[in-house]
Design a protein around this ligand. Structure first.
Ligand code: C2E
Ligand code: CA
Ligand code: CA
Ligand code: CA
Length: 278
């Protein structure tokens, strides 16, 4: 049994070694992946429950690594954050998304609002907003075309610099969405104070909603509260018709999830757009 213990030990260290090698590899390869053209932005529709309103969309990055194959953002975004590469990557996603909005506007005469995920670290670069506004201007777009998705982590640090930047985003007409709502520690006080426009209810709550479930009651409470605070609500990770029907009955503003569409590469997204005029 001593022997078995040792084998198990070496098995674990081996596995840990492999994980650490992969991390290093990813961390190194990220640096050249932009110029190698290995990233792509996918767009997932965010469908309005009001029959007359147009859908919005969320930009989600994809990495096609030449040897490792597709690497999930769940794996590489935290590494990009640790290595401060996230700012460069975030700027790239922003730039790419603006090109998409501009193209859709010019070719198809459609106004579109696309959400971009931004991580707390990006706020540390002081000229983030100035850069972004300059780019919007150059492309003849406005803040109305963009929503930024932040997580509670951004709010929890309660940093005046960040709060000030959020206010500036808002003054520029850019909407602010609170992602993964319900998984952290947001209080109602935060929501009032922090100039949030939209709450995205985390998929974890949507997964288990059924008639008469606690999750449904919770979604209902969030929706009622949001109306009072004048916030929009988006349900994330809607996968079934039943979920969509229950959520729509609650008066939720938007649903996003595989039931409507997976995140799509640009060409397919444009096809979706042309086939779903509302
Ligand atoms: P998120 O912002 O919470 O994005 C939602 C995730 O849920 C996406 O995963 C999306 O593809 C997935 N999803 C959407 N609908 C469904 C559904 O019905 N069922 C299931 N099972 N999943 C669904 P994805 O694209 O792998 O992204 C994972 C996370 O990576 C994102 O979570 C976000 O935190 C981060 N991320 C992605 N792109 C970016 C980016 O450009 N910048 C930053 N900072 N983070 C990003
Ligand atoms: Ca998001
Ligand atoms: Ca989310
Ligand atoms: Ca998430």
């Amino acid at each position: 049994s001593k022997n078995r213990g040792r084998n198990r030990y070496s098995f674990f260290t081996n596995e840990m070694q492999q994980l650490s090698d992969r991390r290093h590899r990813i961390s190194n390869d990220l640096r050249i992946a932009i110029s190698n053209g290995e990233f792509e932005v996918f767009y997932q529709p965010i469908t309005s429950m009001a029959p007359t309103a147009r859908f919005k969309a969320e930009a989600l990055i994809r990495w096609h690594h030449p040897e490792l194959g597709p690497v999930s953002p769940v794996e590489f975004i935290p590494i990009a954050e640790e290595t401060n590469f996230i700012s460069e990557l975030g700027d790239w996603v922003f730039h790419e998304t603006l090109n998409t909005i501009q193209q859709i506007q010019a070719k198809h005469k459609l106004e579109l609002n696309i959400s971009i995920n931004i991580s707390p670290i990006q706020f540390k670069s002081k000229n983030l907003l100035t850069d972004w506004l300059e780019q919007l201007n150059k492309k003849g777009l406005s803040g109305k075309n963009i929503t930024v998705e932040i997580t509670e982590g951004v709010l929890l640090v309660n940093d005046p610099l960040i709060n000030n930047q959020l206010l500036q985003f808002k003054n520029a007409g850019i909407s602010i969405s609170l992602d993964d709502f319900g998984t952290g520690y947001s209080s109602l006080a935060y929501l009032r104070k922090l100039t949030i426009d939209t709450l995205k209810i985390d998929k974890a709550f949507i997964d288990d909603i059924k008639q008469n479930s606690n999750e449904l009651a919770l979604c209902k409470a969030i929706t009622v509260m949001s109306k009072t605070l004048d916030l929009e609500v988006i349900a994330e990770g809607v996968e079934t018709e039943e979920q969509a029907a229950l959520l729509s009955n609650l008066g939720i503003n938007y649903c996003q999830g595989y039931f409507y569409s997976k995140p799509l590469p640009l060409k397919k997204f444009i096809n979706y757009l042309l086939n779903h005029p509302k």
